[in-house]
Design a protein around this ligand. Structure first.
Ligand code: AVI
Length: 321
């Protein structure tokens, strides 16, 4: 049995703990400028904080995308067709994939690809319970790396699902590379992808600087994690959450900024911070519809339908592979 076919309970045991986190942390904090990769946000506490972010009044992304998914489910079903295999990149919300699976005609297989065993187990259990007719084949893997072809059903029309504007957390060339790989995997089918749109900077600023401080806590959780898993002694009060919108680059930039000159212990070493020195933690790119279609074309897709909400906050694209 491959790891991809293991049951929920077994998946838990085989979940990769991020044994590379301390090394990556030290490497990132030794580089110039300092950085921590955004994939490290999602430990158990980080995943819970992200769920809270999705429910914030300022974070329009999740509710807007969900309402588009509900509203246009019939159109997605027509484009994807009957008896399809659905590949989800990342274990997203059971609500979003649930809407899609419920609308499809006899969906055959559902392959969620996710690097966190915990997230995958939760999603798989829920989807198996809600959609017993669908063959759920979880794949514990990094979806940005080439995927083992054996997990996929040969000769079946395949559609990818990549909601949440996670594509925005990739640099533009990384996004193109990911899309090019997806186009190869989904040849003969297509990709349904949620993409956040360029908009009033004030709305974007509010979405990443919420009044309840949940996004700040999500950012600080990287330091909490470093203290727990990398023997670090970050004092959270000596760092500030900073998430400006870069208008030229069309992206939210997230940082933890040192409030003072200080030395922090990380993995038995001393890391020096100057007053005001940032640690970069995330990019969140926003696209215009035209820009994203151009990127998808460069990656080998044929951009087809696009659905947006009336306020032009969010878009869902059907890209034919
Ligand atoms: C997962 N990703 C699409 C979120 C975003 O909006 O870029 C992550 C996030 N970072 C801060 N708030 C939410």
């Amino acid at each position: 049995m491959t790891s991809a076919r293991r049951s929920g309970a077994a998946l838990k045991r085989f979940a990769p703990v991020d044994i590379d986190f301390p090394d990556m942390l030290l490497e990132g904090l030794s580089s110039e400028p300092k950085r921590i990769a955004s994939k490290y946000f999602y430990d158990e506490a980080g995943a819970k904080l992200f769920q809270q972010i999705c429910d914030l009044p300022e974070y329009y992304l999740t509710r807007t995308e969900l309402s588009l998914l509900r509203r246009y489910a019939g159109e997605f079903a027509r484009l994807i067709g009957p008896d399809a295999e659905i590949v989800e990149f990342g274990a997203g919300s059971h609500e979003k994939i649930g809407v899609l699976l419920s609308s499809l005609e006899r969906p055959r297989t559902y392959v969620p690809v996710e690097i966190s065993g915990e997230s995958l187990v939760g999603l798989v259990d829920r989807i198996r319970a809600d959609h017993p007719q669908v063959d759920v084949r979880p794949l514990l893997a990094d979806f940005t790396a080439p995927l083992p072809p054996t997990i996929f059903s040969p000769g079946v029309r395949r559609a990818g699902f990549f909601p949440g504007s996670t594509i925005g957390n990739f640099m533009r060339d990384e996004a193109r590379d990911f899309l090019a790989g997806a186009a190869r995997l989904l040849k003969g089918g297509g990709l349904l992808i949620g993409v956040d749109l360029v908009k009033d900077p004030a709305l974007l600023h509010a979405a990443y600087n919420d009044s309840a401080g949940v996004t700040a806590a999500f950012n600080y959780n990287l330091l909490v994690r470093a203290n727990r898993e990398a023997g670090a002694n970050f004092d959270l009060a000596r760092f500030a959450h900073y998430a400006p919108y870069n208008v030229e680059q069309h992206r939210i930039e997230m940082y933890l900024v040192s409030r003072a000159a200080q030395l922090v212990r990380v993995c038995g070493r001393k890391v020096a911070f100057a007053e005001g020195e940032p640690i970069h933690t995330e990019w969140s790119y926003k696209y215009t519809v035209e820009d994203f279609r151009a990127l998808a074309s460069q990656a080998g897709f044929i951009p087809r339908e696009v659905w947006c909400d009336p306020d032009q906050l969010f878009s869902i694209h059907w890209l034919e592979a």
